[in-house]
Design a protein around this ligand. Structure first.
Ligand code: COA
Length: 320
C-alpha cells in the first residue's frame, strides 16, 4: 500500500510586491535580484494568516479529491511560521474546515517541510493506521525577515499549498530524506527572546540569518544526489520523469540541478518568478500550478524535491 495525490490547492496573498517596489525602500534593484535569483515579485500578506491561507488551499485540494473534510483522518502542516507557537497551524486548519475526525499537527523541516509532512502521512497510511490525509506547506516568511538585510529579505514570500493523499496501490514510488544539524546555523532564525526577569536576557536578533553562499553550495550538491538516490530506489531513470518539481529558492540552483542530471531545463517548471521562495509552501504551490495548468496526465512520473534549513533535504518520485 502507498499513497496517491488525489487533489491539490494553493493560495497566494493578494498583495504583490515587485522588485521595483523593494528598490524604493532599500538599496537594491530589479536587475540585481532577477539576475541572481530569477525572482521578479512575491506575494506578502497584509491581512491573511498562515492558517487562513492553508484552509483556502485545503478546500481546493479536498474539492478536487472529491473528499469531505469529515473524511480526513490526518492533517499535517509543514511550516516554520505558524500564527501561534501553540495551537499548531494544523489544529487551526482542522477547526476552520470542520475536519472533526482528523488528528492534526505541524512539522518543522523548513523548506523541506511539505515533503517531510508527506512522508509522515505516507508512513501512517502505509502502516494502515490512517486512510486519508491532508498535507499542507504554508508560510508567512515576511514576518521573520530582517527588512534591513537586503541579501535575505528580497528572496522570500508568503503563501500556502495543499495536497490530499489517500491509500492506494499506486502513487508514491520512492522517497529519500535527510538532515544535517551540524550545519544548522548557515540558515537560521532564533525563537522569541526569553523575557524571564530572573535571568540575563539574550540580545540575539530573532529574524532570518543566512550564509547564502554556503546554502547555495549545499543545494547544488545535495539536491541532484538525492534525486539520483530516489530514482535508483524507484528503479527509474532521469529520462522516465516528466517534470522535476524543485523547491523554488533560486533559478541558478534549479539550472545547476538540471545540468547535473543532464535533463532539459524545460522539465523544471517554476513559480519563483512571481512567488519568490516560500519555504515549505514552494513545492505544493508549484505542484498545484502545474496541475491546474493541465500539464499532468494520470501515469506521469514526477520528482518533487525540497531542501533548506536544518539542514534538511528530501526527494520523492510519484506516479500521478
Ligand atoms: N541588492 C543589491 N545588492 C545586494 C543585495 C541586494 N538585494 N544583496 C546583496 N547585495 C550585494 C552584497 O552586499 C555584496 O556587495 P559587496 O560585494 O559590495 O559586498 C554583493 O551584492 C554580492 O553579495 P553576495 O552575498 O556575495 O552575492 P551572491 O552572488 O552570493 O548572491 C544570493 C547572494 C543570496 C543570491 C546567493 O548566495 C544565493 O542564492 N544563495 C542561496 C540562497 C538560498 O537559496 N537560500 C534558501 C535556500 S532554502
Amino acid at each position: 500500500m502507498t499513497i496517491r495525490i488525489m487533489g491539490t490547492g494553493s493560495y497566494l496573498p493578494e498583495n504583490i510586491v515587485t522588485n521595483d517596489d523593494l528598490a524604493k525602500i532599500m538599496d537594491t534593484s530589479d536587475e540585481w535580484i532577477a539576475s541572481r535569483t530569477g525572482i521578479r515579485k512575491r506575494h506578502l500578506v497584509k491581512e491573511e494568516t498562515t492558517a487562513q491561507m492553508s484552509a483556502k488551499a485545503a478546500k481546493q485540494a479536498l474539492k478536487e479529491a472529491g473528499l469531505k473534510a469529515e473524511e480526513l483522518d490526518l492533517i499535517i502542516v509543514g511550516t516554520l511560521s505558524g500564527d501561534y507557537v501553540t495551537p499548531s497551524t494544523a489544529c487551526e486548519v482542522q477547526a476552520m474546515i470542520g475536519a472533526d475526525k482528523a488528528v492534526a499537527f505541524d512539522v518543522n523541516a523548513a523548506c523541506s517541510g511539505f515533503m517531510f509532512a508527506m512522508n509522515t502521512a505516507y508512513a501512517f497510511i502505509q502502516s494502515g493506521i490512517y486512510q486519508n490525509a491532508l498535507v499542507i506547506g504554508a508560510e508567512i516568511l515576511s514576518r521573520l525577515m530582517d527588512w534591513n538585510d537586503r541579501s535575505t529579505c528580497v528572496l522570500f514570500g508568503d503563501g500556502a499549498g495543499a495536497a490530499v493523499v489517500t491509500a492506494d496501490e499506486k502513487g508514491l514510488l520512492g522517497f529519500v530524506q535527510g538532515s544535517d544539524g551540524t550545519k544548522g546555523m548557515v540558515l537560521a532564525c532564533k525563537n522569541r527572546l526569553n523575557n524571564n526577569p530572573l535571568i540575563k536576557n539574550s540580545v540575539e536578533p530573532d529574524h532570518v540569518f543566512m550564509d547564502g553562499q554556503e546554502v547555495y553550495k549545499f543545494a547544488v550538491s545535495t539536491v541532484p544526489a538525492s534525486i539520483q538516490a530516489v530514482l535508483e530506489e524507484a528503479g527509474l531513470e532521469v529520462s522516465d520523469i516528466k517534470y522535476f518539481l524543485l523547491h523554488q529558492a533560486n533559478i541558478r540552483i534549479i539550472q545547476s540541478v538540471a545540468k547535473r542530471l543532464k535533463a532539459d531545463i524545460n522539465r523544471f517548471p517554476t513559480t519563483l518568478e512571481h512567488c519568490g521562495n516560500i519555504s515549505a509552501a514552494s513545492v505544493p504551490i508549484l505542484l498545484d500550478e502545474v496541475n491546474k495548468k493541465g500539464m499532468l496526465q494520470r501515469g506521469d512520473k514526477l520528482v518533487m524535491a525540497g531542501f533548506g534549513a536544518g539542514l534538511t533535504w528530501s526527494a520523492a518520485v510519484i506516479e500521478w
